[in-house]
Design a protein around this ligand. Structure first.
Ligand code: FMN
Length: 165
């Protein structure tokens, strides 16, 4: 799939089929994540791919708006080392790459908040993450269970400013 098509097709998918995702595809998705830009090229990230049903249920229960992680085929927990000033931006860039790569492979996904959420520490502990690393996001992944309409987006002529605001 062409990049612009993937950008246009991506949407937050929160209802999934029970079909698993091939390990090879999960590796491709994480490979896309680790290619994202990072401040000072620190690449402070670690990605924990959780497919186990019980572990997904545990994560889902801890979140506020991510209960559907329990029904996803996989959940990627994106961690970044917290002692770098751009850890949130770095993890966010990787998260978007993950979502776009999944879309290109015909896999749906949704970004679930990590950083700034009170449950971030508990999820890190439940996955055995060291205290040095912070949970930036969770990404639920799976084959779409029902068609997800595209959310209205502000048009380009409203958000684009040439030369000056
Ligand atoms: C930083 C961030 C945090 C988000 N947190 C959640 C979340 O906790 N639960 C959820 O269901 N969606 C979450 N989302 C997804 C947004 O709700 C979604 O991207 C937005 O509604 C636009 O829809 P779209 O992704 O289909 O374009 C989050 C997105 C971002 C970028």
């Amino acid at each position: 799939m062409d990049l612009f098509e993937a950008i246009e097709k991506r949407r937050s998918v929160r209802a999934f089929q029970s079909k698993p995702i091939a390990r090879e595809d999960l590796e491709k998705i994480i490979d896309a994540g680790r290619c994202a830009p990072t401040g000072r090229n620190e690449q402070p990230w670690e990605f924990v791919v959780v497919t186990d049903m019980y572990a997904r249920q545990r994560i889902a229960e801890l979140t506020t708006f991510g209960k559907y992680i329990a029904d996803a085929a996989a959940c990627v927990a994106v961690f970044c080392r917290g002692n770098t000033p751009y850890y949130v931006e770095d993890g966010a860039a990787a998260t978007e790459n993950i979502l776009l790569a999944a879309t290109a492979l015909g896999i749906g996904g949704c970004w679930v908040a990590g950083d700034k959420k009170p449950y971030a520490v508990d999820i890190g502990e439940s996955l055995g993450a060291p205290e040095t690393h912070r949970l930036v996001s969770l990404v639920a992944l799976g084959y779409e269970g029902e068609e997800t309409p595209r959310k209205p987006k502000r048009p380009v002529n409203e958000v684009l400013h040439w030369e000056n605001w």
